[in-house]
Design a protein around this ligand. Structure first.
Ligand code: NAD
Length: 294
């Protein structure tokens, strides 16, 4: 197979590239290196420096579309820029895939699309995005769904929970595991917003990569999470334990718009793709800490 990975120089994309190369695929990475890093693209993958806001072409059997403006704060400050990357960039990617007959696996988001939930969100839970990022991802999903209908393609949408693992940037707000761990490593204080009892669903990047590979050519929309909720207080405690430090966070005002509960029901991915998360939170945190320590 020849696979293209947009955003393949980024956190999740670079792990997808590693997995594709490991199974013997030929890989081309499409990335403008705005948040991705050249050194994360292995020498045996081809790197095409391309801004997906402009139409482009590729030659591939499969496209993993991970390129995105993935920062919620930026999406609120610059919503049209966010839409250019996340909506127009997705349309350009769909057209590039259509021209070469490739199937697409698209990385959407559960947390930003469902917003605050009262129980684990299924794919049918009402979508109530509360950020420009969530709106743009939902809009991009509608293009995939529409393209499947109009052009008879079989593209898949994966709604990721909070992904964590090696190479995640501590400079983006979503990377709370990396933020805690980087601060433990450098001896800086950690911050917890509000009472810390807000919950998230943390899924290890290796599990997300397996889901992406399993979804290729399957069509449909799938939540990719663990169905387990962890409070920020508990996450802080677990990260400190793995890092071997005893540290109490400084508590600061809650962030406006922060969901109280965010958790995904991934039983559809298990039923239809045969996917389930395999990495426990403590094992995933240990692997992440080991990569940060190196
Ligand atoms: N990390 C998470 O918890 C999470 C959760 C839900 C969904 N997602 C989605 O998964 C995907 C990957 O996220 P990530 O955490 O690896 O983020 P990331 O920022 O590490 O990766 C995004 C990549 O896209 C590239 N990129 C950005 N704008 C581009 C453009 N205009 N043209 C070409 N390339 C461009 C960046 O350089 C980077 O390599 C994104 O679509 C994101 O929305 C991530």
């Amino acid at each position: 197979m020849r696979a293209a990975v947009t955003g393949g120089a980024g956190f999740i994309g670079s792990h997808v590239v590693d997995a594709l190369l490991a199974r013997g695929d030929e890989v081309v990475v499409v990335d403008d290196l705005s948040s991705g890093r050249r050194e994360w693209v292995p020498a045996n993958a081809e790197l095409v420096e391309q801004d997906i806001r402009e139409p482009y072409s590729i030659d591939a059997d499969l496209v993993f579309h991970l390129a995105a403006q993935a920062d919620v704060g930026t999406s609120m400050e610059r919503p049209s820029f966010d839409a250019e990357v996340n909506v127009v960039g997705t349309v350009n990617t769909l057209e590039a895939a259509r021209a070469c007959g490739a199937g697409v696996v698209f990385s959407s988001t559960g947390g930003a699309i469902y917003g605050d939930v009262e129980e684990p969100a299924t794919e049918e839970t009402p979508r109530r995005p509360v950020s420009a990022y969530g709106i743009a991802k939902l809009c991009a999903e509608a293009y995939l769904d529409g393209w499947n209908r109009i052009h008879g393609s079989n593209h898949a949408v994966l709604r990721f929970a909070n992904v964590y693992g090696p190479r995640q940037s501590a400079t983006l707000e979503g990377g709370v595991v990396s933020i805690f761990m980087e601060r433990f490593r450098s001896g800086e204080e950690t911050l917890v917003f509000g009472d810390g009892e807000q919950t998230r669903d943390y899924v290890f990047v290796g599990d997300v990569v397996r889901a992406a590979l399993m979804a290729a050519g399957r069509g449909g929309v799938f939540n990719i999470g663990t169905s387990a909720e962890t409070t920020v207080n508990e996450l802080h405690r677990l990260c400190a334990e793995v890092a071997g430090v005893t540290a109490e966070p400084r508590r600061v005002d809650p962030r406006p718009g922060d969901a109280r509960r965010s958790v995904l029901d991934a039983s559809s991915a298990e039923r239809e793709l045969g996917w389930r998360p395999e990495t426990s939170l403590t094992d995933g945190l240990r692997l992440t800490w080991e990569s940060i320590e190196q």
